[in-house]
Design a protein around this ligand. Structure first.
Ligand code: DOR
Ligand code: ZN
Length: 356
């Protein structure tokens, strides 16, 4: 029998988009309520390409925290063809930058300044390996000729496997893996390679994009894959293998830019991230494995201390709002207008319970 209450060590989100300005202020409370820390993606416009820009962005995030929040943003740099090894040294020395993100140019939202050819950043990758800086990879090839659903698998064969072999000491997180091929790659790879998994790829397959019509709020990149892929991802997430850990890839876009003739890629899940992961783990009777996935494995991979404290989820239904305020616009969250099986115990209730 599955439990009705589950308490986890305070978790972290190892892949998150917080945006900036009013959008940042709109979404940060959802993450800060659930997670102690998050790896913050650098794909702003313009991108966060230097340690100085990351320091400024970090300050804006700290200022946007809800009163009393101790949420800690773990910053990243956006790699371009121009990134220098000296910039990697500055990032390592900063103490607040925990990874550098590889966006193949043109692969996804705000990736146009990304890397056009890995050969151009080989000295940067070598310096990262030397300094122990984590490389976070958006793993898709970008050529038009490659089928959208095959782009992750092709990336593994053409770029990621050779890179892992060329730089044997480079620590790599294969971000938001979406396919059985990616799970098999991580399982078969050398030490120092891990992967994050999103709630949407654990809970949905590509049919979700087409239920009764085109569903733009299920569009993210890499795109949802087949049921066989989803089953492989869920099996990996719930296996207790420490190479697979939580990264929501929560990626907010205003409603009018999602419900558009050329809709943006990205699903927003920060409002209910833990609740959604609990649903996925519960679906295969693996709630006892959620603590490793959400609290321990990511911290261990990044060489950071595990968080003190706990969060508790109850099997109490909650209704998801149809939208949230998002600056001047609206944000449609994952499962908008639907009911979730799990509810997070508010922090104040945790404090009360601890005082008793
Ligand atoms: O769906 C996505 N949205 N995938 C990404 O890689 C980027 C993200 C975003 O920033 O909106
Ligand atoms: Zn992302």
């Amino acid at each position: 029998m599955s439990p009705d209450t589950i308490t986890l060590g305070r978790p972290d989100d190892w892949h998150l988009h917080l945006r900036d300005g009013a959008a940042l202020r709109a979404v940060l409370p959802h993450t800060a309520e659930r997670f102690a820390r998050a790896i913050v993606m650098p794909n702003l416009k313009p991108p966060v390409t230097t340690t100085a820009l990351a320091a400024d962005y970090r300050r804006r995030i700290l200022e946007a925290r809800p009163t009393g929040s101790d949420f800690e943003p773990l910053m990243t740099l956006y790699l371009t063809d121009q990134t220098s090894p000296a910039e990697i040294d500055r990032a390592c020395d900063s103490g607040f930058i925990h990874g550098c993100k590889l966006y193949p140019a043109g692969a996804t939202t705000h990736s146009d300044s990304g890397v056009t050819d890995l050969a151009r950043i080989e000295p940067v990758l070598a310096r990262m390996a030397e300094r122990g800086m984590v490389l976070q990879v958006h793993g898709e090839v970008t050529r038009d000729a490659v089928d959208v659903f095959d782009r992750e698998a092709r990336f593994i064969d053409e770029l990621l496997a050779p890179l892992a072999a060329r730089q044997p000491r480079l620590r790599i997180v294969f971000e938001h893996v979406t396919s059985r091929a990616a799970v098999e790659f991580v399982r078969g790879s050398r030490d120092g390679i891990a992967a994050t998994l999103t709630p949407q790829h654990l809970l949905h397959n590509r049919n979700a994009l087409f239920v009764g019509g085109l569903r733009p709020h299920f569009y993210c990149l890499p795109v949802l894959k087949t049921e066989s892929d989803r089953a492989a991802l869920l099996e990996a997430a719930t296996s207790g293998d420490p190479r697979f850990f939580l990264g929501t890839d929560s990626a907010p876009h205003a409603r009018h830019l999602k419900e558009h003739a050329c809709g943006c890629a990205g699903m927003y899940s920060a409002h209910a991230a833990l609740e959604l992961y609990a649903e996925a783990f519960d679906s295969v009777g693996a709630l006892d494995r959620l603590d490793g996935f959400a609290h321990r494995f990511g911290a261990d991979f990044y060489g950071l201390p595990r968080n003190a404290g706990t969060v508790t989820l109850h099997r109490i239904r909650q209704d998801v709002p149809t939208s949230f305020h998002f600056g001047d616009g609206e944000l449609v969250p994952m499962r908008a207008g639907e009911r979730l099986a799990w509810t997070l115990q508010p922090k104040s209730a945790t404090a009360t319970a601890m005082r008793r």
